[in-house]
Ligand binder design. Structure first.
Ligand code: FRU
Length: 532
């Protein structure tokens, strides 16, 4: 903290004394504190940054303002985990310097020491991030975002800024940020995917220090309701085959289907220079909205998550080939209200870690998000129904013989092609309602009566997602934490990640329908706290 330039903080109107938790409530037991999701010890957090695996540790850096619980002068906070679910907080990793504050970016393990920033014997971890020069911005220049490097020779515990920063100067476009770097083996180069206003630019390098522009993508395709941020180009195997495709994640704010921040994606190929969108995917994006569908959803992009609270997510680098998963985490918040959510000691949490899977769907491809298997490490006790149950209304607590339903619930339901089923998660006073509406071909999440909602008018708005076909068999995997609900429908084909702020945990579940439904299976798990 002492390394922060005091004048910079004054320019943000930030008090120079870090705000220290004064509450008498023990740490991690404060109202709304997530028990299964990563949140910072104290103060503000936004995007996940620099996610890299090295020697048995998953590193998670994040956009941090160590001085207040609102956005401000950005640093990189740091945590590590051995299993993706239990986290250890480490000291702040990157501090602002004369080039600016430290915006989002990525980290790679430079195992051949191509950058020369380490040695052959001790190759460096290299962080590639955006410098945001607030002074230059205030002076009205358009060159205030540039890309810089820092490196660590001790497994991320201490960092040195590269003396030749910035490595990529601004082309004079104000929004020029969030470098995601990967080693592209086929073209034998480091590949940087960068968000530039509302398109993506690709850059190549042999040493991480000198970059050359390769191509641009996306100017006229996909959702463009806001600025593009935090991209990630991922080479993925299609599930169940050896075919490989490239998936480009692009966060956008505003312009998400349910308001504010969200993440769209594109599927195509990359030849070392250019990203080429699949023709089928492009057709889908350009298809006029089918008026015969009774849905209320107008869908301009293809979205990773229909909940309002999964933003700026990207994948871990350097995950061992023997593992081979594409491990993802997102910021569980939305710029529409992130600075106003009713927490005090800390602000914001991450989503649960997910595995991204590419599946073939007709002639096209879609990305599904599934909870990583490691979430199973939090399972404490479980209850299940013995046999299928048929009814119009079901009290899950009664069926499972528990006072409180577990934090993770897995259900399989058989529904008719025009049936509507509602899942009411409540605490006796407040509730969140999830609806599968097969007649309308729509999913809905209503948090309008979930507790504190008045900090932002749009927070209570119902969230919608279209269904391409009725769900006659619905498999749901749901995690309900103190202040969030994540719903994965049919192996993550549709996802809702949503914050909520009830007075007490939502530990009652009732399912009801307009006609008899079949609950084929139901299982509930109590989950242990990740902080114990
Ligand atoms: C996304 C974002 C990034 C930027 C960072 C600043 O949420 O706006 O584009 O680097 O946050 O904190």
């Amino acid at each position: 903290m002492k390394k922060v330039i005091p004048a910079l903080l004054v320019s943000f109107g930030v008090a120079l004394t870090p705000l220290v938790a004064t509450a008498t409530t023990p740490l991690y037991q404060e109202a709304y504190r997530p028990q299964q999701h990563f949140s910072p010890l104290q103060q503000w957090m936004n995007d996940p940054n620099g996610m890299v695996y090295l020697d048995g540790e998953y590193h998670l850096f994040y956009q941090q303002n160590p001085y207040a619980n609102i956005w401000g002068p950005m640093h990189w906070g740091h945590a590590v985990s051995k299993d993706l679910v239990h986290w250890e907080h480490l000291p702040t990793a990157l501090f602002p310097d004369k080039h600016g504050t430290i915006f989002s970016g990525s980290a790679v393990f430079d195992h051949t020491n191509s950058s020369g920033l380490g040695t052959k014997e001790n190759p460096p971890l290299v962080a590639i991030f955006t410098y945001h020069d607030h002074w230059a911005e205030k002076l009205g220049t358009k060159t205030f975002q540039t890309q810089g490097l820092a490196y660590s020779l001790d497994k991320g515990r201490s960092w040195t800024k590269y003396a030749g920063n910035p490595v990529l100067p601004s082309p004079g476009i104000p929004d020029f940020r969030d470098p995601k770097v990967v080693w592209h083996a086929e073209s034998k180069q480091w590949l940087m995917t960068l968000a530039v206003k509302d398109k993506i630019s690709f850059y190549g390098s042999s040493n991480l220090k000198k970059w050359r522009h390769l191509s641009d993508f996306g100017q006229d395709i996909g959702a463009h309701g806001g600025v593009w941020e935090c991209p990630d180009l991922i080479k993925m195997k299609v599930e169940g085959s050896d075919k490989e495709k490239y998936v480009l994640l692009v966060s956008i704010n505003p312009g998400a289907p349910n308001g504010g921040s969200g993440t769209q994606y594109f599927v195509g190929d990359f030849d070392g220079k250019t990203f080429k969108l699949d023709a089928e995917f492009e057709n889908d994006l350009n298809a006029p909205v089918d008026q015969s569908l009774k849905t209320d959803v107008v869908d301009k992009g293809v979205w990773l998550d229909f909940g309002t609270d999964n933003y700026a997510g990207v994948t871990w680098s350097n995950v061992p080939e023997s593992d081979g998963r594409h491990l993802f985490i997102g910021w569980m918040n939305n710029w529409n209200y992130a600075n106003k959510v009713p927490t005090d000691v800390w602000r914001s949490a991450m989503t649960l870690p997910r595995e991204l899977v590419l599946v073939k769907q007709g002639g096209d491809y879609r990305v599904q998000s599934r909870l990583v298997a490691e979430v199973g490490r939090l399972h404490e006790s479980s209850r299940a129904i013995d046999a299928p149950v048929k009814a119009k209304s079901l009290d899950l607590n009664k069926l499972l013989g528990v006072n409180k339903i577990g934090q993770r619930i897995q259900l399989t339901l058989d529904l008719k092609a025009d049936q509507r089923a509602q899942f009411n998660f409540g605490n006796g006073k407040q509730s969140v309602v999830f609806t599968i509406d097969n007649a309308k071909q729509e999913l809905m999440l209503d948090r309008s009566r979930s507790g504190k909602v008045d900090f932002e008018p749009g927070f209570a708005k119902v969230q919608l997602a279209p269904l391409t076909e009725p769900l006659v068999r619905a498999e749901l995997d749901i995690v309900v934490d103190q202040s969030s609900i994540e719903i994965f429908v049919n192996k993550g084909a549709s996802v809702f990640t949503s914050q909520m702020f009830p007075d007490s945990p939502l530990d009652q579940l009732r399912i009801s329908s307009d006609s008899e439904l079949t609950l084929a299976s139901a299982k509930s798990f109590t989950l242990g706290s990740i902080w114990k």
